[in-house]
Write a new protein. Structure first.
Length: 311
């Protein structure tokens, strides 16, 4: 798939398909592990509908109502995804612990294996489609979806393996442990995968709070700015940046000497050159370069990088 919209639509359809299959399989098998998987996918489907809308908004220019564009909506959607997945996981964890304390629950292993086999194949296929689409689409929404489907594939594979063990235990006559397998499986899956929604939500929250991006993004941008000003005599160069969603905002304050011979025309040329240098490392980007001879006017806030060049 070569467009963001079609990729996200496919993801939403697969989430709905697997979610409905999970609810039906839960009614037939009485497995809380399958119920967890079904609820997870149905909730993800509801969020996916919003994600598709946001992906269309993110490609629009700014407006009177949203003068800085719609990129922050992407971070907001990813935050909601992480919190929803975290909420479902905690609910499933509490329910599984309660079931363990009350003697566990019997499940129909045969039906559970069929569902787990279907879910593993469907999730793996969707993850592969997400991965392939990233060759043509550079989107944090698609990247988050890919991560979700990879985790979902691992969960479904673990559920499949556990239900196969249940069938083996039945053949071996180990009836005493069978009621506990489903609850133990849910607890193990939640504990192993709890870090994924936490990381997704925390990353989105940092973006919404305008935290400086990771050094893997920030440092190449700083170096690009330094190259763009390499042949200019400056007092200080201060680089600030935030990354809401896919868009990187870069603000560069260039403090020139009092007797600088850099004309207004030269400043415009420098702005273009800095913008070109930054775009070699990251796109889409909004790069704003401000020239001043007043050091106090460009004083940085606590924690921001200050680069100094000898006058």
């Amino acid at each position: 798939m070569k467009s963001e919209s079609s990729t996200l639509s496919f993801s939403a359809f697969m989430a709905l398909l697997i979610g409905c299959a999970g609810i039906v399989a839960t009614l037939a098998s009485n497995s809380q592990a399958i119920l967890l998987d079904g609820l997870f996918n149905l909730i993800y489907f509801s969020v996916a509908l919003v994600t598709i809308k946001v992906s269309k908004l993110a490609s629009r220019p700014d407006s009177e109502s949203y003068p800085f564009g719609y990129s922050y909506f992407e971070s907001l959607v990813n935050l909601c995804k992480g919190l929803l997945i975290l909420g479902v996981s905690i609910f499933a964890l509490v329910d599984a612990i309660a079931a363990l304390l009350t003697g566990g629950r019997e499940i129909a292993a045969g039906l559970a294996v069929l569902y787990a086999l279907f879910a593993t194949a469907a999730c793996s296929l969707t993850a592969w489609v997400m991965h392939r689409s990233q060759r043509h689409v550079s989107s944090p929404l698609v990247a988050a979806d890919k991560l979700n489907w990879l985790v979902n594939s691992v969960i479904s594979a673990a559920v499949l393996a556990a239900f196969c063990l249940v069938m083996l235990f039945e053949r071996l006559g180990w009836q005493a442990i069978l009621p506990y397998v489903d609850s133990v499986l849910v607890i193990a899956v939640v504990v192993l995968c709890l870090g994924v929604p936490v990381r997704m939500a925390s990353q989105a929250l940092r973006e919404l709070l305008n935290k400086t991006p990771d050094e893997t993004i920030a440092e190449p941008v700083r170096q690009a700015v330094a190259r763009g000003l390499a042949d200019i005599n400056t007092v200080e160069v201060r680089v600030r940046m935030v990354r809401p969603g896919r868009l990187l905002y870069v603000i560069v304050h260039v403090v020139l000497p009092e007797a600088s011979d850099v004309s207004v025309t030269s400043q415009d040329s420098l702005r273009v050159r800095i913008d070109d240098e930054v775009r070699r490392y990251y796109s889409p980007v909004v790069c704003d370069v401000v020239f001043t001879t007043n050091t106090r006017w460009a004083a940085p806030s606590c924690g921001l990088l200050v680069e100094k060049h000898p006058a």
